[in-house]
Design a protein around this ligand. Structure first.
Ligand code: URA
Length: 263
């Protein structure tokens, strides 16, 4: 069944439609540290550099400044195999299977969540439970669908027991895989869904409320922060804010696709 845009927004719990604006949140360009050396817990990592005001020079990823990771040159089948066999942290002990990600391998959008839950652990695909249904509705409201112009990944590839939040060390152990996924996918926009994704890529533990509405970058790719769909299921009023964040991300994507000419 195909839903109208209005039905999709209703599905996301965002009505009436006229309260939504393609508003322009304050723009902050902030470089996430691309290609850090072996990932340490966020508290031990160098703080992200804040550049204000934009525009700002975008440094090349610091790949040359750090030792090669064994994951650095893997292609997709090799990466999938390595993730499936990974024993880098204790999460491997209770997983049914590792969940690499799903979607278009040449995407515009990359959404990064937290980690597989019980259903994802069984099915081997991210976001297939209730939070996944909401994520699909969010994608539909952007006229995109799982598998078409979008890839969905997680900060950690194995289910944390009891669906607890992954620990900093677990996120750090899984980082080389996510890092390699981003390098292979080369998305045009990255959306960080919730704190674990922010921790993994942006190395920041501030509140999502303070981080959203700003433009960040990872290896030259624009990036925004928004709430995790599971949080939105429990906090319905914040769905409107998530919708604003998605509109902001879409604007950044369009700007990246057609950068303004200097004349
Ligand atoms: N929540 C996530 O962050 N990822 C999933 O894959 C499922 C639920």
């Amino acid at each position: 069944m195909s839903l109208s845009r209005e039905q999709m927004l209703v599905e996301m719990g965002i009505t009436p439609i006229w309260v939504l604006r393609d508003s322009e949140p304050a723009v902050e360009v902030r470089e996430a540290a691309a290609k850090p050396e072996t990932r340490a817990p966020a508290a031990e990592q160098a703080p992200a550099i804040v550049h204000e005001p934009a525009p700002v020079a975008r440094p090349e990823p610091a790949a040359a400044l750090r030792p090669m990771s064994p994951v650095d040159h893997l292609n997709w089948p090799e990466l999938a195999k390595q993730v499936a066999e990974c024993r880098a942290c204790p999460l491997c002990e209770q997983r049914k299977q590792a969940v690499l990600g799903v979607g278009d391998l040449n995407p515009d959008w990359l959404f990064i969540g937290e980690g597989p839950g019980a259903e994802e652990d069984v099915k081997g695909e991210p976001f297939v439970g209730q939070a996944g249904k909401l994520l699909d509705a969010m994608l539909a409201s952007l006229d995109i669908a799982r598998g078409n112009r979008v890839y969905i990944a997680n900060a950690v590839k194995c289910r944390p027991p009891g669906n607890r939040t992954p620990e900093a060390a677990e996120i750090a152990a899984c980082w080389p895989y996510l890092e390699r996924q981003i390098a292979l996918l080369k998305p045009k926009i990255i959306v960080l869904l919730g704190k674990a994704a922010v921790h993994a890529v942006l190395h920041d533990d501030k509140s999502l409320a303070s981080l959203r509405g700003k433009r960040y970058e990872y290896a030259g790719i624009p990036m925004v922060v928004t709430y995790h769909p599971a949080y939105l299921l429990r906090n319905l009023p914040d769905k409107a804010k998530a919708w604003e964040d998605l509109l902001f991300a879409r604007r950044l994507l369009r700007e990246a696709a057609a950068p303004e000419l200097p004349f």
